[in-house]
Design a protein around this ligand. Structure first.
Ligand code: NAG
Ligand code: NAG
Ligand code: NAG
Length: 486
């Protein structure tokens, strides 16, 4: 496949060079194995990397079922993977469903892991991004032509990495991997972005390759032979973008770093990229069964123009994050520890993957839906899985097995209102008794009891003896999307 592509490209190039030689442009083509492109069609599973940990050990053909909101661990594509670490990227949401996810088409979710004592080479993207450090400690440095700032980062730190700002990372710890989740907001092409590297590495060319030697030689004011060594034949070319570093190098890289709390040099960009900890704030909701931390764009200037919120939920085993919905925010969530049973109600209809493949193009079936039916979306989500909770959709999370830790990036998070549907604080409790009676068709005594019996707020214990419906391993379309008998 790659061979054919390469041949075709070479042929086309030869033809175009032959035809257009008289024109004043030229395309130089260096011998180079292009990195795997996220936009390639084909299986989700890419050579060179597997789902770390192996998941169920059951083959990857059972692609994350027909539940369109659940992205199993194996849905991630490996952008980079080596012994030093990996970068994984969730495919464009609209690749899963162009109808359901059109509103978040321009957002991408990614996460990376750097092994202890490693360095991620300088690069920038044509995308804005927000990072959340899931685990470990390190240093991030931002460099422009007028300033350089570096910061210590650790678990729970949130940081804005602005589009086009060159940055590099070091895992300064010698035992613990550094794990970071990111949401990216491309600035050129909706839902697509690229890495730009000043220096060449194993799978990535230097962006200086895009310039002629004459221009480079003149720009740097150095002889062409030197350029060759600097840009295209560097001794590092066999190495990936994440590299081992020595304790001395780490010391040097960490030397100038400031801690997030130490405010801050007064470069214009500081207000954008100064990290802050999500745990510095009191949890928004907290009791014996769970803690919910959130930073929102109204309170943090770093997140303001992107309208992105970051959330971190931690629940003890067998707890229920009570049913709720968000007014405006769609949460792209990621499971960092444990497993949970997730339920969500959606009045939108959607088709299984197969039907999408062979059925009519989605653009053609966009008539307003008149139905009144509610789809019941149930799944078991575990460490490494992602799932999307669209605005307005009531949902609940029940932690299983062990302490559940989930994180979320909230999209369109300015002025979001979260509404709980159960617990001491709940919307239905605020209905007038007469409204409750009229709406639910119950007597006044029942109306009172219905929404006041749960005496916990936000997080509640679930009855451990009660069986919750389990997602089957390979659920049929019908079994997931039973109509909710609400
Ligand atoms: C790495 O992290 C572990 C656990 O937090 C800690 O005990 C150790 O001292 C750290 N090592 C360095 C070099 O910072
Ligand atoms: C969850 O929260 C509890 C209580 O704050 C804390 O002791 C525990 O370490 C947290 N666990 C994780 C994995 O964040
Ligand atoms: C909640 O109500 C139950 C009875 O329904 C009671 O046993 C329990 O102590 C109450 N808990 C709190 C926190 O009020």
């Amino acid at each position: 496949m790659a061979m054919i592509n390469k041949l075709t490209i070479t042929l086309l190039l030869l033809i175009s060079i032959a035809f257009f030689h008289c024109f004043a442009f030229r395309v130089e083509f260096e011998e180079f194995e292009p990195p795997q492109q996220e936009e390639q069609e084909g299986p989700e599973f890419r050579p060179g990397g597997g789902p770390s940990g192996g998941g169920s050990g059951k083959g990857f053909e059972e692609e994350s079922t027909e539940n369109p909101f659940h992205f199993a661990k194996r849905s991630f594509e490996n952008v980079f993977k080596s012994n030093e670490g990996f970068v994984k990227l969730l495919p464009k949401f609209t690749k899963r469903s162009s109808t359901l996810f059109r509103g978040i088409e321009n957002y991408r979710f990614s996460f990376m892991e750097m092994e202890p004592s490693t360095f991620l080479v300088p690069h920038h993207w044509d995308a804005d991004s927000v990072f959340l450090v899931l685990q470990g400690k390190g240093v991030i440095a931002f460099v422009t032509d007028s300033t350089k700032e570096s910061f210590h980062i650790r678990r729970g730190d949130v940081l804005r990495v602005p589009s086009g700002v060159t940055h590099f990372l070091t895992n300064t710890n010698d035992t613990v991997p550094l794990r970071i989740a990111k949401i990216l907001v491309p600035v050129n092409i909706p839902g697509r972005f690229q890495d730009f590297f000043p220096a060449r590495s194993q799978f990535h060319q230097s962006y200086f390759t895009g310039f002629s030697k004459q221009v480079l030689s003149a720009s740097f004011n150095i002889p062409e032979e030197l350029l060759e060594r600097l840009i295209s034949r560097s001794q590092q070319m066999g190495q990936g973008i994440i590299r081992r570093v020595s304790p001395d190098q780490i010391k040097e890289l960490a030397e100038q770093a400031t801690s997030p709390s130490n405010k801050h040099k007064d470069s214009d960009m500081s207000k954008f990229w100064t990290p802050f900890s999500i745990f510095k704030q009191d949890p928004v909701y907290s009791n014996d069964f769970g803690h919910f931390h959130e930073v929102d764009p109204t309170s943090f200037s770093q997140l303001q123009d992107l309208h992105i919120a970051v959330a971190w939920v931690n629940m003890t085993q067998g707890s229920l994050f009570l049913p709720q919905f968000n007014s405006k925010t769609t949460f792209v969530t990621f499971v960092e520890n444990g497993c949970a049973h997730f339920e969500m109600a959606s009045p939108y209809k959607f088709q299984s993957k197969q039907q999408q493949w062979f059925g009519p193009r989605e653009e053609e079936e966009e008539e307003e839906e008149i139905g009144g039916q509610v789809q019941k979306i149930v799944s078991r989500v575990c460490k490494g899985d992602a799932f999307v909770i669209p605005a307005g959709h009531p949902f609940t999370i029940l932690s299983q097995d062990q302490n559940f830790v989930g994180i979320g990036f909230g999209i369109f998070a300015s002025n979001n209102i979260r509404t709980f549907l159960a617990g001491q604080e709940n919307m239905l409790n605020n209905l007038d008794t007469v409204a409750t009676r009229l709406s639910f068709g119950v007597g006044s005594k029942m109306a009172e009891k219905l929404f006041t019996s749960q005496n916990y707020s936000y997080f509640a214990p679930s009855n451990p003896s009660r069986q919750f419906p389990e997602e089957k391993r390979t659920p049929s379309f019908q079994s997931i999307f039973n109509f909710a008998g609400f």
